[in-house]
Design a protein around this ligand. Structure first.
Ligand code: XMP
Length: 527
């Protein structure tokens, strides 16, 4: 399989480069910037891309690369820090420009360039730098400049070395994709032949060769990421995979049945449904503090999980590996990987899991290179149903953080039923928007939507009778990453239907309100 290796110099979104390459149907993987040239060669890549990075090339601890990378005879493309390290390593000079450039800039072509072929002589690119190349190495020509940056791009076509000070991987660089295509297909002569099926094959091979004939355990939450890992490992190792589904009784209506159906009927794995509902109910009894609730639920999950692992070991099936649905944005968020170093990722994840004394697993994280939408595409290609692949985010502690105050069976029943109505109506609303726009996350579609049960009652009237019952809060937000969110501007008619259905169909509720708070200042969840 043709492959492009991205050396990561600590770019904030280094994976974005690998992602853009994959978008052009060429497989790409990110590796630490200091990987020895011989190890890179062993990966048999067709080309190398050097990412950007926050350091100055002359800083004492500036990330370096093995200079022999340039002797592998492979085409190399560098962006930003990647251009500077290429220049410095090959005998050029990097200096400070008077003023940094941050944001859009206009480059002007100053020489013919294979990289810039088919793009305008003047065009907008995205810059983010203070240092820049002051003198190009021997054999290089400057191909574009800005008023501030004399070497906006350079190349040595003879050795197939190309570099830009700007960031072609960022969408704000208008012709960035064209430049990347020029490199991949023009310079490197690659074929745009990589597809999701190739990816599945290679991930399956990776899992098989790592696992051998050992046992793997996976905690299924019902969410997208763990389900996709489950489906992938099922394809790779079948019954050597034990999927543990800890049912804490705090999932949404119908969800436990859906998970069980998929992982017993569709995939041939060892599926363990742990009915822990009563143990959780007991532990949570009377607990109103949101953080304590979270803590109890999280700790008990691992208790239940390790009990299954222990049982397997006692039955002669010791577990060697723990599979996890870590995806690339998780690694960014946890700040675990600063220079693409795999070891640091594993360590930090281990630290998050309270392994009991004497228990140790090796981690398998087959999705840790991929973005959410790639994971979804993978899930679909593996045959997972849309209701799992397109499932909205759901907090680990489940409905416990949507019941304000202590959880009781009565409140849980009310919330599950009210939430089912909210989801049914807003699933339908989103489906209508999808039909109209062709986009799953179009401008007005809801990203996350659910019901919340506050710890109060209010007066109402039903028929001839006064009621004193609970209200339901409807929360529906538009967002892309949950860092910020806005309340969804739902049509009144949709809100009206949700309200009348909840009051009519859910006993114990006499009022429905809609939360119109953006984040910030509100959070998405109420606890
Ligand atoms: P907030 O409420 O912080 O939520 O605006 C942002 C996103 O995170 C989810 N969330 C959680 N997920 N455990 C989780 O796994 C939690 O304790 C938790 N709290 C919030 C929330 O649903 C939203 O998508």
């Amino acid at each position: 399989m043709q492959k492009v290796v991205v050396l990561d110099f600590g770019a904030q979104y280094g994976q974005l480069i690998a992602r853009r390459v994959r978008d052009l149907n060429v497989y790409s993987e990110i590796v630490p910037c200091d990987m020895p040239a011989a190890d890179i060669a062993a990966m048999e890549p067709s080309a190398i891309i050097l990412s950007g990075g926050p350091a100055s090339v002359y800083a004492p601890d500036a990330p370096e690369l093995d200079p022999a990378v340039f002797d592998l005879g492979l085409p190399v493309l560098g962006f930003c820090y990647g251009q500077q390290i290429m220049a410095k390593t090959l005998g050029g000079v990097v200096g400070h420009t008077e003023v940094g450039e941050y944001g859009p800039a206009t480059i002007t072509r100053v020489a013919p360039s294979r990289l810039l072929d088919g793009t305008p002589a003047e065009q907008t690119v995205w810059m983010s730098h203070r240092d820049s190349v002051a003198m190009v190495p021997d054999g290089f020509v400057i191909t574009s400049s800005t008023g501030v940056c004399p070497v906006a791009s350079m190349e040595c076509a003879e050795r197939n070395l190309y570099a830009t000070q700007f960031h072609p991987e960022v969408r704000h660089t208008t012709y960035g994709t064209q430049m990347l295509s020029n490199f991949l297909f023009g310079v490197c002569g690659l074929e745009p032949s990589w597809s999701m099926d190739n990816l599945i094959d290679s991930l399956v091979d990776d899992v098989r060769s790592k696992v051998g004939d050992q046992r793997v355990i996976l905690g299924l939450s019902g969410g997208v990421d763990s389900s996709v890992v489950g489906a992938l490992c099922a394809k790779a190792i079948g019954k050597q995979l034990t999927c543990v589904f800890v049912n804490h009784g705090l999932l949404r209506k119908g969800e436990p049945e859906e998970v069980e159906e998929v992982f017993t009927k569709q995939f041939d794995v060892d599926f363990v449904h742990v009915h822990a509902e009563e143990r959780y109910a007991k532990l949570l009894e009377g607990e109103a503090n949101p953080e304590r609730k979270r803590q109890i639920i999280g700790t008990q999950f691992w208790e239940e999980f390790f009990t299954v692992a222990q049982r397997l070991a006692e039955g002669g099936n010791p577990v060697k590996f723990l599979a996890q649905g870590t995806i690339y944005p998780d690694i960014i968020e946890s700040g675990a990987r600063k220079t693409g170093g795999k070891a640091s990722t594993i360590k930090s994840h281990h630290n998050l899991i309270p392994f009991p004394e004497g228990v140790s697993f090796e981690l398998i994280e087959p999705l840790d290179h991929f973005f959410k939408d790639e994971v979804r595409a993978l899930g679909t290609a593996l045959g997972l149903p849309d209701y799992i692949v397109w499932r909205q985010p759901f907090p680990g502690p489940g409905l416990a953080v949507r019941i304000i105050g202590a959880v009781t069976p009565e409140k849980l029943e009310i919330l599950k039923n009210a939430d089912a109505v909210v989801r049914e109506e807003l699933d339908a609303y989103n489906a209508r928007l999808f039909e109209e726009t062709g986009e799953r996350n179009s401008e007005h579609s809801c990203w996350q939507y659910f019901a919340v049960l506050p710890d109060i009652k209010s007066v109402g009237v039903m028929g001839d009778e006064r009621t004193y019952q609970r209200p339901i809060i409807v929360r529906a937000v538009e967002s892309t990453d949950a860092m910020t969110a806005d309340w969804a501007k739902l049509p009144y008619e949709v809100l009206g239907r949700i309200s009348s259905r909840i009051v009519a169909e859910v006993p114990g509720v006499n009022r429905v309100v809609y939360d119109v708070t953006p984040k910030p200042p509100g959070t998405v969840e109420w606890e």
